[in-house]
Design a protein around this ligand. Structure first.
Ligand SMILES: CCCC(=O)SCCNC(=O)CCNC(=O)[C@H](O)C(C)(C)COP(=O)(O)OP(=O)(O)OC[C@H]1O[C@@H](n2cnc3c(N)ncnc32)[C@H](O)[C@@H]1OP(=O)(O)O
Length: 252
Protein backbone atom coordinates (compact mmCIF):
# COMPACT_ATOMS: atom_id res chain seq x y z
CA UNK A 1 0.00 0.00 0.00
CA UNK A 2 1.29 3.48 -0.88
CA UNK A 3 2.24 5.60 2.11
CA UNK A 4 1.12 8.69 0.19
CA UNK A 5 -2.03 8.66 -1.95
CA UNK A 6 -2.72 11.01 -4.83
CA UNK A 7 -6.30 11.88 -5.74
CA UNK A 8 -6.61 14.04 -8.83
CA UNK A 9 -9.82 15.98 -9.41
CA UNK A 10 -10.59 18.75 -11.89
CA UNK A 11 -9.70 21.69 -9.64
CA UNK A 12 -8.06 20.02 -6.63
CA UNK A 13 -5.28 17.53 -6.16
CA UNK A 14 -5.41 15.76 -2.80
CA UNK A 15 -2.14 14.43 -1.40
CA UNK A 16 -2.99 12.09 1.46
CA UNK A 17 -0.52 10.92 4.11
CA UNK A 18 -1.63 7.32 4.41
CA UNK A 19 -0.23 5.94 7.68
CA UNK A 20 -3.18 6.33 10.01
CA UNK A 21 -1.94 3.77 12.57
CA UNK A 22 1.30 5.72 13.05
CA UNK A 23 -0.60 9.00 13.03
CA UNK A 24 0.73 9.73 9.54
CA UNK A 25 4.34 9.89 10.68
CA UNK A 26 6.88 10.64 7.96
CA UNK A 27 9.63 8.20 7.05
CA UNK A 28 11.95 8.21 4.03
CA UNK A 29 9.40 6.45 1.79
CA UNK A 30 6.85 9.17 2.61
CA UNK A 31 9.40 11.83 1.66
CA UNK A 32 10.03 10.15 -1.72
CA UNK A 33 6.34 9.62 -2.37
CA UNK A 34 5.52 13.23 -1.44
CA UNK A 35 8.01 14.45 -4.05
CA UNK A 36 6.51 12.08 -6.63
CA UNK A 37 2.97 13.26 -5.86
CA UNK A 38 4.02 16.92 -6.02
CA UNK A 39 5.58 16.34 -9.42
CA UNK A 40 2.32 14.86 -10.75
CA UNK A 41 0.26 17.64 -9.15
CA UNK A 42 2.48 20.23 -10.82
CA UNK A 43 1.81 18.96 -14.33
CA UNK A 44 -1.91 18.21 -14.03
CA UNK A 45 -4.59 20.82 -14.67
CA UNK A 46 -5.72 21.32 -11.06
CA UNK A 47 -5.61 24.77 -9.45
CA UNK A 48 -4.71 23.82 -5.89
CA UNK A 49 -3.10 21.05 -3.88
CA UNK A 50 -4.52 19.95 -0.54
CA UNK A 51 -2.32 18.03 1.88
CA UNK A 52 -4.34 15.92 4.29
CA UNK A 53 -3.83 12.93 6.60
CA UNK A 54 -5.74 9.65 6.65
CA UNK A 55 -8.22 9.39 9.54
CA UNK A 56 -9.13 12.15 11.97
CA UNK A 57 -6.67 11.56 14.82
CA UNK A 58 -3.67 13.20 13.19
CA UNK A 59 -2.79 15.24 10.16
CA UNK A 60 0.83 14.32 10.79
CA UNK A 61 2.79 13.39 13.94
CA UNK A 62 6.11 14.52 12.45
CA UNK A 63 9.10 12.31 11.82
CA UNK A 64 8.66 8.56 12.26
CA UNK A 65 10.41 8.16 15.59
CA UNK A 66 10.34 4.38 15.39
CA UNK A 67 12.81 4.50 12.49
CA UNK A 68 14.52 7.87 12.93
CA UNK A 69 15.41 6.89 16.49
CA UNK A 70 18.06 4.68 14.85
CA UNK A 71 19.82 7.83 13.64
CA UNK A 72 22.22 8.56 16.45
CA UNK A 73 24.83 10.98 15.11
CA UNK A 74 24.73 14.52 13.73
CA UNK A 75 25.79 13.24 10.28
CA UNK A 76 23.12 10.52 10.21
CA UNK A 77 20.42 13.01 11.23
CA UNK A 78 21.58 15.59 8.70
CA UNK A 79 20.86 13.35 5.71
CA UNK A 80 17.28 12.65 6.79
CA UNK A 81 16.56 16.24 7.83
CA UNK A 82 17.94 17.68 4.57
CA UNK A 83 15.82 15.31 2.50
CA UNK A 84 12.62 16.60 4.08
CA UNK A 85 13.85 20.20 3.86
CA UNK A 86 13.89 19.68 0.11
CA UNK A 87 10.24 18.52 0.18
CA UNK A 88 9.18 21.55 2.23
CA UNK A 89 10.96 23.89 -0.19
CA UNK A 90 9.18 22.26 -3.12
CA UNK A 91 5.85 22.93 -1.43
CA UNK A 92 6.70 26.52 -0.48
CA UNK A 93 7.63 27.38 -4.09
CA UNK A 94 4.95 25.20 -5.69
CA UNK A 95 3.37 27.12 -8.60
CA UNK A 96 -0.22 26.44 -7.46
CA UNK A 97 -2.15 27.26 -4.28
CA UNK A 98 -1.18 24.83 -1.52
CA UNK A 99 -3.35 24.12 1.51
CA UNK A 100 -2.84 21.94 4.57
CA UNK A 101 -6.18 20.56 5.68
CA UNK A 102 -5.70 19.46 9.27
CA UNK A 103 -8.26 16.76 9.94
CA UNK A 104 -6.30 15.85 13.07
CA UNK A 105 -3.44 16.93 15.25
CA UNK A 106 -0.22 18.31 13.75
CA UNK A 107 2.86 18.21 15.95
CA UNK A 108 6.59 18.51 15.44
CA UNK A 109 7.49 18.01 11.79
CA UNK A 110 3.74 17.81 11.08
CA UNK A 111 3.52 21.51 11.93
CA UNK A 112 6.57 22.20 9.77
CA UNK A 113 4.89 20.44 6.86
CA UNK A 114 1.70 22.47 7.41
CA UNK A 115 3.75 25.68 7.50
CA UNK A 116 5.21 25.01 4.07
CA UNK A 117 1.71 25.42 2.56
CA UNK A 118 0.17 28.78 1.64
CA UNK A 119 -2.90 28.23 3.86
CA UNK A 120 -3.81 26.05 6.83
CA UNK A 121 -7.34 25.06 7.81
CA UNK A 122 -8.44 22.63 10.50
CA UNK A 123 -11.28 20.72 12.10
CA UNK A 124 -12.30 22.14 15.51
CA UNK A 125 -10.86 19.22 17.55
CA UNK A 126 -7.38 19.65 16.13
CA UNK A 127 -4.31 20.63 18.14
CA UNK A 128 -1.10 22.03 16.72
CA UNK A 129 2.33 22.46 18.24
CA UNK A 130 5.98 22.88 17.39
CA UNK A 131 6.88 20.44 20.17
CA UNK A 132 10.45 19.87 18.99
CA UNK A 133 11.84 21.89 21.92
CA UNK A 134 10.33 19.42 24.38
CA UNK A 135 12.31 16.67 22.61
CA UNK A 136 15.61 18.51 23.02
CA UNK A 137 15.80 19.54 19.35
CA UNK A 138 14.58 22.39 17.14
CA UNK A 139 12.61 22.36 13.92
CA UNK A 140 14.75 20.23 11.65
CA UNK A 141 13.10 20.42 8.27
CA UNK A 142 13.35 24.20 7.85
CA UNK A 143 9.92 24.94 9.32
CA UNK A 144 11.06 27.82 11.54
CA UNK A 145 12.51 29.73 8.60
CA UNK A 146 9.18 29.33 6.83
CA UNK A 147 7.12 30.24 9.90
CA UNK A 148 9.05 33.52 10.16
CA UNK A 149 7.95 34.23 6.54
CA UNK A 150 4.33 33.47 7.33
CA UNK A 151 3.65 34.99 10.77
CA UNK A 152 4.69 38.13 12.65
CA UNK A 153 8.02 37.49 14.41
CA UNK A 154 6.73 37.59 18.03
CA UNK A 155 3.94 35.13 17.23
CA UNK A 156 6.27 32.73 15.40
CA UNK A 157 8.78 33.01 18.24
CA UNK A 158 6.16 32.19 20.85
CA UNK A 159 5.01 29.12 18.95
CA UNK A 160 8.56 27.87 18.44
CA UNK A 161 10.22 28.70 21.74
CA UNK A 162 7.43 27.59 24.08
CA UNK A 163 6.84 24.24 22.30
CA UNK A 164 3.21 24.79 23.32
CA UNK A 165 0.37 22.75 21.89
CA UNK A 166 -2.51 25.02 20.85
CA UNK A 167 -6.18 24.27 20.36
CA UNK A 168 -7.54 25.05 16.90
CA UNK A 169 -9.30 28.26 17.97
CA UNK A 170 -6.09 29.51 19.64
CA UNK A 171 -4.06 28.74 16.52
CA UNK A 172 -6.67 30.56 14.44
CA UNK A 173 -6.41 33.62 16.71
CA UNK A 174 -2.61 33.60 16.31
CA UNK A 175 -2.97 33.51 12.52
CA UNK A 176 -1.38 30.08 12.12
CA UNK A 177 -4.72 28.74 10.89
CA UNK A 178 -6.80 30.64 8.35
CA UNK A 179 -10.03 28.75 8.92
CA UNK A 180 -11.87 26.27 11.14
CA UNK A 181 -13.98 23.79 9.20
CA UNK A 182 -17.22 23.07 11.04
CA UNK A 183 -19.01 21.25 8.25
CA UNK A 184 -18.93 17.44 8.17
CA UNK A 185 -17.67 15.38 6.56
CA UNK A 186 -14.42 17.34 6.81
CA UNK A 187 -13.53 16.88 3.15
CA UNK A 188 -16.81 18.49 2.06
CA UNK A 189 -16.11 21.38 4.42
CA UNK A 190 -12.66 21.80 2.87
CA UNK A 191 -14.17 21.84 -0.63
CA UNK A 192 -16.73 24.47 0.45
CA UNK A 193 -14.05 26.64 2.14
CA UNK A 194 -11.83 26.52 -0.93
CA UNK A 195 -14.62 27.14 -3.47
CA UNK A 196 -14.10 30.94 -3.69
CA UNK A 197 -10.42 30.40 -4.57
CA UNK A 198 -11.31 27.92 -7.31
CA UNK A 199 -13.69 30.25 -9.18
CA UNK A 200 -10.81 31.96 -10.96
CA UNK A 201 -8.68 30.56 -13.78
CA UNK A 202 -5.42 28.66 -13.17
CA UNK A 203 -3.41 31.57 -14.56
CA UNK A 204 -4.82 33.97 -11.97
CA UNK A 205 -3.87 31.66 -9.09
CA UNK A 206 -0.42 31.04 -10.59
CA UNK A 207 0.19 34.77 -11.08
CA UNK A 208 -0.70 35.75 -7.51
CA UNK A 209 1.29 32.82 -6.12
CA UNK A 210 4.24 34.00 -8.17
CA UNK A 211 4.01 37.52 -6.73
CA UNK A 212 4.42 36.03 -3.24
CA UNK A 213 7.22 33.54 -3.89
CA UNK A 214 9.07 36.13 -5.97
CA UNK A 215 9.67 38.25 -2.91
CA UNK A 216 11.22 35.38 -0.93
CA UNK A 217 14.52 34.64 -2.68
CA UNK A 218 14.89 30.88 -2.96
CA UNK A 219 18.64 31.03 -2.45
CA UNK A 220 18.20 33.08 0.69
CA UNK A 221 15.42 30.95 2.20
CA UNK A 222 17.26 27.77 1.27
CA UNK A 223 20.43 28.99 3.00
CA UNK A 224 18.50 29.86 6.16
CA UNK A 225 16.75 26.48 6.11
CA UNK A 226 20.06 24.65 5.66
CA UNK A 227 21.47 26.44 8.72
CA UNK A 228 18.35 25.53 10.68
CA UNK A 229 18.65 21.88 9.61
CA UNK A 230 22.36 21.79 10.53
CA UNK A 231 21.68 23.18 14.01
CA UNK A 232 18.93 20.63 14.59
CA UNK A 233 21.29 17.85 13.47
CA UNK A 234 23.77 18.96 16.17
CA UNK A 235 21.08 18.80 18.86
CA UNK A 236 19.86 15.47 17.50
CA UNK A 237 22.91 13.61 18.80
CA UNK A 238 22.56 14.88 22.38
CA UNK A 239 21.49 12.60 25.23
CA UNK A 240 18.56 14.90 26.02
CA UNK A 241 17.04 14.22 22.61
CA UNK A 242 17.60 10.47 22.63
CA UNK A 243 16.20 10.19 26.16
CA UNK A 244 13.05 12.14 25.23
CA UNK A 245 12.40 9.92 22.21
CA UNK A 246 13.08 6.78 24.31
CA UNK A 247 10.51 8.02 26.80
CA UNK A 248 7.90 8.41 24.04
CA UNK A 249 8.59 5.06 22.42
CA UNK A 250 8.64 3.18 25.75
CA UNK A 251 5.67 4.86 27.40
CA UNK A 252 3.19 2.43 28.97
C1 LIG B 1 12.09 14.43 12.70
C2 LIG B 1 11.52 15.79 12.57
C3 LIG B 1 11.18 16.44 13.87
C4 LIG B 1 9.96 15.88 14.50
O1 LIG B 1 8.98 15.59 13.86
S1 LIG B 1 10.02 15.77 16.17
C5 LIG B 1 8.40 15.36 16.62
C6 LIG B 1 8.11 13.89 16.53
N1 LIG B 1 6.75 13.65 16.88
C7 LIG B 1 6.29 13.44 18.11
O2 LIG B 1 7.02 13.48 19.10
C8 LIG B 1 4.83 13.12 18.22
C9 LIG B 1 4.61 11.82 18.85
N2 LIG B 1 3.20 11.46 18.84
C10 LIG B 1 2.28 11.99 19.67
O3 LIG B 1 2.52 12.88 20.45
C11 LIG B 1 0.91 11.38 19.61
O4 LIG B 1 1.03 10.10 19.03
C12 LIG B 1 -0.13 12.20 18.81
C13 LIG B 1 0.40 12.59 17.44
C14 LIG B 1 -0.50 13.46 19.62
C15 LIG B 1 -1.40 11.34 18.58
O5 LIG B 1 -1.86 10.86 19.82
P1 LIG B 1 -2.90 9.64 19.84
O6 LIG B 1 -3.96 9.91 18.83
O7 LIG B 1 -3.31 9.47 21.28
O8 LIG B 1 -2.12 8.38 19.31
P2 LIG B 1 -0.98 7.51 20.04
O9 LIG B 1 -0.03 8.40 20.77
O10 LIG B 1 -1.62 6.41 20.80
O11 LIG B 1 -0.22 6.91 18.76
C16 LIG B 1 -0.76 5.86 17.96
C17 LIG B 1 0.40 5.03 17.46
O12 LIG B 1 1.18 5.84 16.60
C18 LIG B 1 2.55 5.86 17.03
N3 LIG B 1 3.14 7.16 16.73
C19 LIG B 1 2.57 8.36 16.93
N4 LIG B 1 3.40 9.33 16.52
C20 LIG B 1 4.49 8.71 16.01
C21 LIG B 1 5.69 9.19 15.43
N5 LIG B 1 5.92 10.49 15.26
N6 LIG B 1 6.58 8.28 15.04
C22 LIG B 1 6.36 6.95 15.19
N7 LIG B 1 5.25 6.45 15.75
C23 LIG B 1 4.32 7.34 16.14
C24 LIG B 1 2.46 5.60 18.54
O13 LIG B 1 3.68 5.11 19.04
C25 LIG B 1 1.33 4.58 18.57
O14 LIG B 1 1.85 3.33 18.21
P3 LIG B 1 1.30 1.99 18.93
O15 LIG B 1 -0.15 1.90 18.53
O16 LIG B 1 1.46 2.20 20.41
O17 LIG B 1 2.15 0.90 18.37
Amino acid sequence: MKKVKLIEEKDLTWIVLNREKLRNAIDVDVMDQLLEALHLAKINTSKAVVLIGEGNAAFCSGGDLSVFHELKTEQQALGMLSKMQNVLEEIFYFPKLTVSALNGTAVGGGCELATSCDLRIAAPHVKVGFIQGSLGITTGWGGASMLYERLPQPVAMEMLMTSRVYKADEARALGFLQGIILKEPFIEGVREWLAPYLKVENGVIAAYKHRFVDKVSRDDLSTRMKEEVALCAKLWETDEHHQAVDAFLNRT
